[in-house]
Every structure is written in C-alpha cells, then in structure tokens.
Design a protein around this ligand. Sequence first.
Ligand SMILES: Nc1nc2c(ncn2[C@@H]2O[C@H](COP(=O)(O)OP(=O)(O)OP(=O)(O)O)[C@@H](O)[C@H]2O)c(=O)[nH]1
Ligand SMILES: [Mg+2]
Length: 407
Amino acid sequence: MDTNTIIAIVAVVVVLAALVVAGYFWDRSRKRSQAAAAQPKTQESAEAPKSADGKLETVPAAQSVSAAEAEPEAESGAKPEQPEPAPQPASKPKSPESPESVGSRLTRLKAKLAKSANPFGKALFSILTKDNLSESDWEDVEDTLLLADVGAEASEQLVDELRSDARVTGEKDPAAVREMLRGKLLDLVGRDTDRRLNVDKPGAAKPSVIMMVGVNGTGKTTTAGKLARLFVADGKSVVMGAADTFRAAAADQLETWGARVNVPVVRSDKDGADPASVAFDAAARAKETDADVLIIDTAGRLQNKANLMDELGKIRRVTEKSLPVNEVLLVLDATTGQNGMAQAKVFAEVIGITGIVLSKLDGSARGGIVIAVQKELGVPVKLVGLGEGPDDLAPFDPEGFVDGILA
Ligand SMILES: Nc1nc2c(ncn2[C@@H]2O[C@H](COP(=O)(O)OP(=O)(O)OP(=O)(O)O)[C@@H](O)[C@H]2O)c(=O)[nH]1
Ligand SMILES: [Mg+2]
C-alpha cells in the first residue's frame, strides 16, 4: 500500500469515529432538553393552578383573607394576635356555588313554613265553631295557646278579644269564624310590622354591619352562612368576621360557608384571641373593600355569664370605632320554647337587639314563640330557619305562618 492509500483509510476511519461521537452527544442533549421541558410544567401546576385558557385562577376568598388579618391597623386600640398562616384545606371548590335565587327560595320555604307551624289554630277553630261555648271551652282555648308557646300575656289578650267579639259567639258559619280567627292571629303576629333587615332599607349604611348573638348552639354560625348566601344571591358583596375565637373550629365552620359562595372570612387562627380585635379587622376589611354587608359571628354564651355578656358589648364598641353596627340579630332556637324568652330578655337588655332569627322552626311544634317573643321584646322576628340546608333561611312571612297555624 502506498502512503496515499494509508492516509485515505485513516481519514475515513477518523471521519466515521467523529460521526459516532457527535451522534452520541446529540442524542444525550435531545433527551436532556425533553426532560427539562417536562419539569417546569409539573412545578407550575403545583404552585399556581391554571385554567384551560392558561390564565391564573382566583384564589378562593377564604384562603386570601390572612393578608387582611396581617395588615396592621394604626387606629386600633386592640390589635389582633398575629395569626399563623391558615392551613390550606386539601380541596376547595374552584368556582363558587350559586345560591338559590330569592324568588324560588321564597316559594319553597313558604310551603315549608306552612308545614312547620304548629296547627294550634286548627284546635282553636274546632272549639270556636261549637254551638254553645262553655267556660271550660274557653279554658281549652287558653290552654291550647299556652301549649303552643304563645305566652301568657298574648294568650289572655286573644281569649279576651275572642270572648268579647260578638261574631264568635253569634256566627254559625265556619268560614266566617275561620276568617275572623285568621284576622286576630295576624294582628297578634303583626301583619304590618317592618321586618326588613336594616341593610335592605333605603339609605342603608355601606357597609352595613350585622352582629349575630345568642346562647350556645342556637344556629348563629349556620344563620350567618345562610345569610351570606342570601346577600350573594341578591348581588351584594359580603365580608364575614369570625369573632367566635373560643375554638378554631368555629372559624373553620364559618370559612367553609364563606368559601362556598366566595365570601371572604376574616379570622384569627389562635384559640382565645380577642374577638373584638377580629371584629375590628373584619370591619376594616369590609371598609377597604367597600363591601355592602359585614356579618360578624360571635361565640354562643349563656345570658347569666356577666363577663361573656360584657365581651359582646366590647365587640360592638370596638367594631364601632370604624363602622356603626346597624343590626344585632338574636338567634333563638324555636325548639327551646319559653326558655328562649329568658335568654332573649337579657340579650336585649345588654346588647340591644334589632331583630330575631327563629331557627329550627322546622323541628318545632311550638310556633307560638313567634308571638310571645315579639310581644315581650317589641322586636320583630325577621328571619326563620327552616332546616339545615344551605338555603333554608327565609324572611318571616306572617300570612304564611298564620295559614300554617290554621291548616
Ligand atoms: N333543623 C335545623 N337545624 C338547624 C337550623 N339552624 C341551625 N341548625 C343546626 O343547629 C346546629 C348548631 O348550629 P350552629 O350554627 O353551629 O350554632 P351556633 O349558634 O353557631 O353554635 P355555637 O357557636 O356553638 O354557639 C347545627 O347542627 C345546625 O345545622 C335550622 O333552621 N333547622
Ligand atoms: Mg357558632
């Protein structure tokens, strides 16, 4: 072989070797770049969820609240404890629920209210249509009213009116007696009473502040949640304040209600934090965001615990450093009957109440408490709770209620 042939063979070998090495590196770098392309995608979905069109999804309102809590409030005399960041629940609804519309809710709940009311009117009616009413019949009328929790004063008033009404003793047409009884019961319940929430009245303050008060377990938190849904369905913007700081679970409960309809909840994660400070922060948040309504949930308390009753006054005073409290709703459990009256009186004296929410009327056979509580306190029943469902809260409707009594 001459030198030229050897050089040619060596050159071919070198070129082939170079091609093999280049191929190997090209393959490795291609695999690396594929892996790199896959990596950021998984990180991105963990940190910031994107919707189908690639836009960032809104953080559910309840999760974003801790920012508001953390904001220091210069004018505040009572500062909240700095809460730890709230643990993020594993899964939260991505889009808020839309609460039942006010119209459809009213039709559904009217039927429910009629069913729930104790038909003591029916018993009265059957006595009143007797031929000759004896003294013991009149006693039966009064007993029927007392058993239905109408209260002594209102029962006596009704019996007196019925006895002195010539139509009752003279009228033999049952339809006419029924109509007369219906009218008397409606008068007693208060047909023309203004039962609007103050926030719904013309010229209402913005934000309007509603405080929920009552003894333990009456339904304050549930009612706050249901009320928020009512306002959202009505197009109002709402903020809630979890001023029940006895248990973190109480704030969680309110937050769950808030998250479902995208209503922010201001809370402290520390058990035993000052509830007045949380209320103050919630008021600041409602003011900042120009909300229509602020609902402040408070812890249940027995009316005979003076220190706890004083605390309610403090919550109110501290809130009023930035926003006036327009409404104090006393939540009364309808199933507690006359016991509820004693509670109601003390709450009315200590904090002043502007309306009553009669909860659990669905489970009560003593709807007469509506009449008794209004008469004793001179404060209207504005709302009734008719079940545990999220939309089972309705404005109190006297006609539907009396028709239920007479059904
Ligand atoms: N059937 C029925 N149950 C209700 C109604 N309102 C509330 N509840 C139930 O009553 C229970 C207590 O309700 P909560 O809202 O936690 O009561 P609360 O007053 O906030 O209780 P505390 O904060 O512990 O004082 C819950 O199981 C509710 O589902 C109602 O209108 N009807
Ligand atoms: Mg509660």
